[in-house]
Design a protein around this ligand. Structure first.
Ligand SMILES: [Ca+2]
Length: 248
């Protein structure tokens, strides 16, 4: 499934602000790590439902480590607990869900290019449905479903998890146990987490970065920033936010 969607906001912004730059940085608040160093990370405590959630973000990789994956984001509920991890390699993306289930989504990631990643975990009557969509191009978004899988539902009551959210590094312990080979030299923007699952049209809207997640939204003060991670704040058009359309 592939769709091309014009993101009007970005296209206008590029024309007005910098015509020479054909890929405007998405979002208004951008974190960047330029050094593969374990002291460079950003973290926050987040409470997230164990199912029926959506996480979306724009990310751009600036260099690859030869042998290891670049960790964009890791969530840990306790030591050695890979609650949710997004790691990138040149030819694929790996995500790990609650330490038990990991999968690989094949696609080519270009250096210095922004991609919009949206991952959702949905409960159906009998299964948990995991879906990853990836958008390319900040103007004329090319939107492709890269991964869709369901696994057998576990008979248990739903609950919320208190997790440590870390950007740019992989947690082998809560907010620590970082490995320099797993550090991402990258930029991240427009990271939001919602406690709902959405239709594809809504996910495309999220790529415009006008809506905030009800679970978490990356904005100044939301994360503790360590080491030489830099933050960039861009002025945004003064437009009212609209609530997301619920799928269910
Ligand atoms: Ca590790």
């Amino acid at each position: 499934m592939m769709r091309v969607v014009t993101l009007i906001t970005f296209c206008v912004a590029v024309t007005v602000s910098n015509a020479a730059d054909n890929e405007e940085v998405p979002g208004s608040y951008i974190l960047t790590n330029t050094v593969r160093d374990v002291t460079n990370w950003a973290g926050a405590n987040v409470t997230i439902p164990d199912i029926n959630f959506t996480i979306c973000f724009w990310a751009k990789i600036d260099s690859w480590y030869e042998t290891r994956r670049s960790t964009i984001l890791s969530m840990a509920a306790s030591a050695k607990d890979n609650w949710l991890i997004f790691e990138l390699e040149k030819s694929h993306m790996v995500f790990v869900i609650k330490s038990k289930y990991s999968s690989v989504s094949l696609f080519e990631t270009e250096l210095n290019k922004w991609y919009f990643y949206c991952f959702s975990a949905e409960e159906t009557l009998t299964h948990y449905q995991y879906t990853l969509n990836v958008g390319e191009n900040t103007c004329n978004l090319v939107w492709v479903q890269k991964f869709s899988k369901n696994i057998q539902k576990q008979p248990k009551s739903k609950r919320d998890y208190a997790v440590g959210l870390v950007l740019f590094s992989d947690q082998d312990e809560l907010f620590g146990g970082f490995d320099p080979e797993q550090v991402a030299v990258a930029s991240i923007s427009c990271l939001n987490i919602w406690s709902s699952v959405y239709q594809e049209d809504q996910l495309v809207d999220f790529a415009e970065c006008k809506q905030e997640g009800d679970v978490f939204t990356m904005k100044p003060g939301a994360l503790a920033i360590h080491g030489t991670i830099t933050s960039e704040m861009k002025p945004v058009a003064d437009e009212p936010k609209s609530p997301g359309k619920l799928w269910k």
